[in-house]
Design a protein around this ligand. Sequence first.
Ligand code: BES
Ligand code: MN
Ligand code: ZN
Length: 500
Amino acid sequence: MDIRFQCNGPSRWKADVMVVLFCKGERLPDIAPCVDAAAPWLAIAPALRDARGVRDELTMLHGHPELDIPRVLAVGLGPRENVDVNAVRKALGAALRRCRAAGLESVLIPEPMLATLPGGRERLVEEAVYASLLGLYRFRSLKKPDPEENKDPEWLAVGFEGDFVPDGGQAAARRGERAAQAVALARTLANTPANLLSPADLADKARTLAAERGLACTVLEEEDLREQGMNCLLAVGQGSARPPRLVVLEHAPAGHEQEKPLILVGKGITFDSGGISLKPAANMHAMKCDMTGAAIVLSVLAAVAEEQTPRRIIGIMTCADNMPDGRATRPGDVVTAANGDSVEIQNTDAEGRLALCDALAYAQKQWTPAAIVDIATLTGACAVALGSEVAGLFCDDDALRERLQASATLGGEALWPLPLWKGYKENLKSEVADIYHVGPREGGAIHAALFLQHFIQDGVRWAHLDIAGVDWASKAGPLTVVGGTAFGARTLLELARGGV
Ligand code: BES
Ligand code: MN
Ligand code: ZN
């Protein structure tokens, strides 16, 4: 769906439908003077009395079909005192889906109507475009076209009241558009089944996108990984016929080449069968999403390259397939990580921390990071602790932790702090190696985070996001369909943009 702009006064606006959000007990034509000016027929529309403004209520009102604005979709927000940016996002996601279901080709959102809601004028333009696009997201490239299914509207216009489109409003809309594109790309990669996306395929996607957007891209293949001593990542991939890859993406705009980079590291397990410590069959198919972290890193780097974010950012994707095989890693094997420490592998299903530890060590060898943030579908324990709406955040640096939480809030995501509990480090002691890679089941998310922290040198600012539990939606919501959610993509994009 194309994002466009209209101005010259509401009586010149033109679209198949105008979407108007309003609160409980309010009179629709009175929301903003522009609403009445764009659709003067609204005040006498027969269905007006049905629209009460309660939450989740969608009412399609019709004027004469020949009019410039022949329909108004009235969307209830509930009582005004409860309305926040999240409510606006949800309402617009649902609204755009309704427009598609009605087969409409063009939609207009009046900016002066958004200005009556809390959140800030430009922010709401950004979020309106973001939510409209995400509400329409679906993964259907592997299905035959369904004649029953409508196409997305061709365009969405933001309607401005004045004689011209303000620069700030236009920039805000573009920010929302790029954020939605980043999330959609990460979702599509996450939803792509493992047979169609190997570590090498993921690296190829990164290479192609990097070339398009002007990012530097280096792919380390098996030989290179061996040279770098990344034996943990190699151990994860050695049971698969599809060998691992480590992808490094760099955004270094002119004048920022020498800056300390923000480094984003994403877990990219293209399929997690558990390896020799095989997972139960029931939900194994969802493990095609175990590369969501890497997909997010790729989409964030692509977005910052496109909008030329004025800072240096490096993205690392640790790609491997975790499969059982005659050559697969066995529980009890000992391998040497990229920092020189020997690691006793306890359970081959705890592969994410192995793939990540080499990448973390490599990042600190190659660069002096401003900060490192890793994102991973790491532990079922985190999903058990926090459920499906909030991700785990491990970070001992107060400023970085607060910036991450603020970035999440800005984009409608949520991160909750969990402790890097020092006392539990004992549990990662091995009889035979420098470190044991799994602690007890209790506190499983913390033990995984402590294992990663072992590879972070003193003084390096680092945060770890555990998105197991939030990366997959088992039921549809206004901004998600069943499948990969790419939760965390918007947060890391906001962190990279540096707005908070
Ligand atoms: N990819 C899984 C974690 C996961 C579970 C993600 C559910 C999304 C939903 C990870 O590799 C894993 O298998 N972790 C194990 C670790 C255990 C063996 C210490 C787990 O959480 O069970
Ligand atoms: Mn696993
Ligand atoms: Zn995994």
